[in-house]
Ligand binder design. Structure first.
Ligand code: UDP
Length: 312
């Protein structure tokens, strides 16, 4: 049986990866310090003999007794309001945490996958974003704590690959949504759905002309699973390449919910990227991957989850 450590395994993406890998027959050790992750995301796994949870902060020395075949490094605050609330922790987990976990991968001779991000590209100068784009990031802005930590993490991953011959993977994750997103993580999707369900004003930042491309979580974890099993160490974009403006997106959600909400405009956050759309030709070529779930279908499934959450 393959044994896999998932850091940040109690988070939105981490917990979906725990589910997927258990279903593929892995033994899973989930490590999380629970600052933004939640036990609720993994409580359904506690009875599973192949699952173990360890509450731990991976910026400290990580010791694991068992053999490990794979380490997936997903620990990090990951929404713009989380970076504002936990700027130092965000920097530390991307830098010190990545170093510690790479050290563990070297020690265990385990394959290592870094959860990187489209934020690597900052406010991009190329559209759509190919993996060759070096990015346009403000190092000292409020998002810099996340962007630069992830850029450092990519550099550290490549250094361990080149110098220590660790078998590494880097996935650049674009906007992803689905069940288990936190209602209050401040991102557009949970905020708009919650506002729409309560018939409150929908807060579009700026004039809403900025674009994003939203990927359903099941598609994302399928791409990641393929990357773990591929022999490919260069970064790979995984995301849905259907681009939408934030204003259109807000209108879609109002319609889907059947809400009476009105759109109101608020100030655009500092360094908010104006455009974002992944070029996924590399993922398609190397992994045979492309997203399958349309935005309409994905939003419907996500809405069901949020309805239940909001009722509680
Ligand atoms: N956004 C918005 N209203 C909100 C939250 C977010 O208009 O209540 C915008 C935000 O400014 C950005 C886009 O929606 O342009 C996506 O933001 P999100 O926080 O979901 O993720 P990002 O892609 O910026 O990391």
């Amino acid at each position: 049986m393959e044994k896999t450590l998932i850091t940040g395994g109690a988070g939105f993406l981490g917990s979906h990866l725990c589910d997927l890998l258990l279903s593929k027959g892995h033994q899973v050790i989930c490590m999380d310090n629970l600052i933004t992750g939640s036990l609720e995301n993994i409580s359904h796994l506690f009875e599973n003999p192949n699952f173990k949870f360890i509450k731990y902060d991976v910026t400290e020395f990580v010791y694991v007794k068992d053999k490990l075949d794979n380490i997936l490094h997903f620990a990090s605050p990951a929404s713009p309001i989380d970076y504002l609330e936990y700027p130092i922790q965000t920097l530390k987990v991307g830098s010190l945490g990545t170093h510690k976990v790479l050290g563990l991968a070297k020690e265990k001779n385990a394959r290592f996958l870094l959860a990187s991000t489209s934020e690597i590209y900052g406010d991009p100068l190329e559209h759509p974003q190919r993996e060759e784009h070096w990015g346009n990031v403000n190092p000292i802005g409020p998002r810099g704590v996340y962007d630069e930590a992830k850029r450092f993490a990519e550099a550290m991953t490549m250094a361990y690959h080149r110098y220590h011959k660790v078998d590494t993977r880097i996935v650049r994750i674009f906007n992803t949504y689905g069940p288990r997103m936190r209602l209050n993580d401040g991102r557009a999707l949970p905020t708009f759905i919650t506002q729409a369900l309560n018939n409150e004003d929908i807060t579009v930042f700026g004039d809403g002309s900025q674009t994003r491309s939203f990927c359903y979580v099941a598609d994302l974890v399928d791409g990641i699973y393929r990357l773990i099993n591929a022999d490919y160490c260069e970064p790979v974009n995984i995301g849905n390449d259907e681009e939408v403006t934030i204003l259109e997106f807000a209108k879609e959600i109002i319609e889907l919910v059947g809400s009476k909400s009105k759109i109101v405009y608020k100030e655009l956050p500092v360094d908010d990227p104006k455009i974002r759309q992944p070029d996924i030709s590399r993922a398609n070529k190397v992994l045979g991957w492309k997203p399958k779930v349309s935005r309409n279908e994905g939003l419907r499934m996500t809405l069901e989850y949020f309805k239940k959450k909001c009722q509680r």
